[in-house]
Ligand binder design. Structure first.
Ligand code: NAD
Length: 492
């Protein structure tokens, strides 16, 4: 622990604090008056409460956001950029605090949350850097006119995030801010603490009310954001069913949406690979260690060529069984609990379905015996999985890897693409021509070759098919928080 300089006393001392939410630069309870318990998934203890907001809280956040927007839009891109750098500087000085806050609130191990706490300010910097790219276009014409376009911010935008990377995803306010908008952030209801403290860190840097953090459930605050007539742009990260519900609600006011949704991502392993590297890559790509598979980009369907199937499985199982399950606060733990009870129950029921549908459970699949409390699940590998089984079709979003055997190239491509999802794909072979040909055939927004996971700043991320709409992390993400206006001047 010394390397991270975190002492037991610093272990995110939430102390059953009754958090308030941040609306228009003020801390307050929800107007509804109800609260949600924040539970430490490692021991099921209540560590804090957060307000469960509603329509009136969102309406107030919009009014405050409109006033803040009037000031923020008058800033030059350079001034907005400077303010965002100031926020990133502060975030970089509080890496350990935010990492531990997410550990106790989400159950993700410290080692992963330290990384997240470093990536969050990098996200703010990435978009601050792009702020000067909000340019229009001018047009050459044969007529006696001047014609150009300008990009304008929407005003107040909504940013709804899930539970799996609470602080890192709170930083997804960055493109909206850099484009000149006020942002209403709604964190996951089980992981709201770091978003609230993020809001606190930002509040004296920006105009009052520029960032509101409104906590609550999806059907209360989430829907209120999506249905508010003056929030014309909503960005959502979460599951496909919620994305669909948001699209339906957003239709009423024709909102601009971006949706980063789930995945059931294939990894295709060809027979020429170095099996040690590929099995390590499988575990990394599955985000087993550090996220317990609670990642949209996890390669949860692993197609292994029959020639190396047995050896691959033997090495994979050996490695997975060695992953250290433990208290997420400890720096040597790589597998913590999953985030909440309902999620735990769903994962366990999918594990049961794998067993009853005939897949072979080679390791894991149970709560580790040393834990009486906490939402722990041993990392799990199923083999002899077929494409009809639920564990091969449904996003589990947990520590469960399904291995399928393949022999025919055309068939494996069809099977890999044979899902409603299309977020990522992962290809392993030393034949780079084959790898690139296969990458072209993948119906996925991001394909890794001979490596797994890892996203570079500025490289677009976003799904094909049901995995989403729009891209994140790149210039198009920034521009999606603006509307383009054409201006034609007649030279008379
Ligand atoms: P979820 O869809 O249940 O909830 C996500 C957020 O939406 C929460 O804040 C929730 O309160 C809110 N919400 C729920 N119903 C709503 C409604 N009707 N209107 C507005 N908001 C509503 O997802 P989750 O369980 O928190 O997260 C897991 C899912 O997120 C997985 O499917 C995962 O793949 C996906 N995810 C996708 C990405 C990506 O970048 N593509 C990244 C992380 C997670």
């Amino acid at each position: 622990m010394s390397e991270l300089a975190i002492t037991p006393a610093q272990k995110a001392d939430t102390n059953k604090k009754a958090y308030k939410m941040l609306v228009g630069g003020e801390w307050r309870d929800s107007k509804v008056g109800t609260t949600i318990d924040s539970i430490d998934p490692s021991n099921e203890e209540v560590i804090a409460t957060v307000p469960d907001g509603g329509d009136a809280d969102v309406a107030d956040a919009v009014e405050a956001g409109k006033a803040a927007f009037a000031e923020w839009r008058s800033f030059s891109a350079a001034k907005r950029q400077k303010k965002m750098y100031e926020l990133a500087d502060r975030m970089e000085n509080r890496i350990e605090h935010f990492a531990m806050l997410d550990v106790v609130d989400s159950g993700n191990p410290l080692i992963g949350m330290i990384e997240d706490a470093k990536k969050a300010p990098a996200e703010i910097r990435n978009f601050a850097n792009m702020a000067s790219e909000l340019k229009g276009t001018s047009f050459e014409t044969p007529y006696d006119v001047m014609c150009f376009t300008v990009r304008e911010a929407f005003g107040v935008v909504g940013r709804i995030i899930p539970f799996n990377h609470p602080y890192r995803f709170a930083a997804k306010v960055a493109p909206g801010l850099a484009a000149g908008n006020a942002v209403i952030l709604k964190p996951g209801e089980t992981t709201s603490l770091s978003a609230l403290e993020f809001g606190e860190m930002a509040m004296d840097i920006f105009p009052k009310g520029l960032i509101s953090v409104v906590t609550g459930y999806g059907h209360t605050v989430g829907r209120a954001i999506v249905k508010h007539p003056e929030i014309m742009r909503v960005a959502f990260t979460g599951s496909v069913p919620t994305g669909q519900a948001i699209m339906r609600d957003a239709a009423e006011h024709m909102k601009r949406l971006s949706l980063e949704l789930g995945g059931k991502n294939p990894m295709i392993v060809f027979p020429d690979v170095d099996i040690a590297k590929a099995t390590r890559g499988c575990i990394k790509g599955m985000n087993l260690a550090r996220s317990m598979g609670q990642s949209c980009q996890s390669n949860s369907r692993v197609f292994v060529h029959e020639k190396i199937y047995d050896q691959f499985i033997a090495e994979l199982v050996e490695r997975v069984a060695k992953l250290k399950v433990g208290d997420p606060r400890h720096e040597t733990t790589v597998i913590g609990p999953v985030n909440h009870k309902k999620h735990y129950d769903r994962i366990m029921s999918l594990i049961d379905s794998g067993k009853t549908e005939g897949a072979k459970l080679l390791t894991g699949g149970v709560r580790p015996s040393q834990f009486i409390k906490g939402y722990y699940i041993e990392p799990t590998v199923f083999t002899d999985v077929t494409t009809e089984m639920r564990i091969a079709r449904e996003e589990i979003f947990g520590p469960v890897v399904s291995v399928l055997k393949w022999s025919d190239y055309e068939t494996v491509i069809k099977q890999a693409n044979g899902t409603e999802f299309g977020l990522t794909a992962n290809i392993w072979t030393n034949d780079l021509t084959l790898a690139n040909r296969t990458a072209k055939l993948m119906q996925a927004g991001l394909v890794w070759i001979n490596g797994a996971g890892g996203r570079l700043p500025g490289v677009p991320f976003g799904g094909y098919k049901m995995s989403g709409l729009g891209k994140e992390g790149d210039l198009s993400d920034l521009l999606s928080y603006t509307q383009e206006k054409s201006i034609i001047t007649h030279l008379q």
